[in-house]
Design a protein around this ligand. Sequence first.
Ligand code: ADP
Ligand code: MG
Length: 408
Amino acid sequence: MKTLDDLLRVGVTGRRVLVRSDLNVPLSKADGDTAREVTDDGRIRASLPVLEKLLDHGARVIVAAHLGRPKGEPDPQYSLRPVADRLATLLGRPVEFALDTVGESARLMADGLGDGELLLLENVRFNAGETTKDGELRAEFAEALALLTGGEDEGGAYVDDAFGAVHRAHASVYEVARLLPHYAGDLVQEEVAVLRRLTDDVERPYVVVLGGSKVSDKLAVIDALLPKVDRLLIGGGMCFTFLKAQGHEVGDSLLEADQVETCRRLLAEAGDRIVLPDDIVVSADISDDSETEVVRADAIPAGMKGLDIGPVAVHSFAAVLAEAQTVFWNGPMGVFEVRPFAAGTSGIAEAVTSAGGLTVVGGGDSAAAVRALGVDENRFGHISTGGGASLEYLEGKDLPGLTVLEEI
Ligand code: ADP
Ligand code: MG
């Protein structure tokens, strides 16, 4: 795999370089005339080093990125405009912003770029060719993107730095890489290097903490990790399907009835390696002033929802984490967005930072939780920018965006 440094060694002054970045950040809700704002800029900050390197070396940088899930056509609520503003602030340099992806605005602005200048294209998912299953349409869009650089003959190059999108066979991630000399950006390299330490020659004890809302999203990773881990601690909305599989009632908590059987199988396979919470914070509703109660995990009252792990669970999870030499944490322990249900996630964040060895946080909401709850990011070994991508890597799946970078 060629890297950004390989490209810089050849020289990029005056060349147009298409960079795929992951700028898929949460925005404040649209509210009348007030513009939406970036509420967590972690992914933008993680994208800066590659952009800065290219600009410092005199490249003409064209950034392609997606935001949210628009339906293949322009949709103002998913505009990258607020991201362009934040990017300009963080870079401390002007950011040109194209009103389309490969249309007249993008073409004119790409042609007009000077050395060391940067253009951000509008959301690539405003073009149906980005995500469509129709390979021809994807290829067509990829070609138009590649052409913004002038193509290989005019010095065009492609750098993939969007780790959060490498599990997608999308035009701006996959097809376009085949049309231009292609390089892995620093963020992609760093993420892969860290994830490799969670799969090969792992230092033990290896403890994985999983939470979040849905078991079905994470079954594949549980299956893949179970044989490798010493302990798998399960909290969040997904623990209730496991508790049900143990024969307990879970009230009105999140439950995926069609996964109970699978959870029963996993529990049987895992022996004492899967650890479930001892106690649960329950409430009848979810609001900032909800009345809460802590109950034993095997005694959740009818009509109540389990919304966080309880203090005893935090304590026993923390005790396991204190012994760990490698930790991977994905998925909040409760509905951390609402104050009465944030303590479990805070407590586990704290415990993860206190573990020895390598500590990795993966998952969009988990990373946002760490920042929202005010835990110092630097106390973790690594906070992954890619939720789905990091899980699929750990599942041992083939990631199209990485595979294509290996091709010559
Ligand atoms: P990540 O993005 O880190 O992979 P997920 O998307 O899987 O995490 O899950 C995050 C969501 O899970 C959060 O919005 C949180 O509110 C929700 N969640 C956590 N615990 C519960 C629970 N007990 N009941 C309902 N939702 C929960
Ligand atoms: Mg999520």
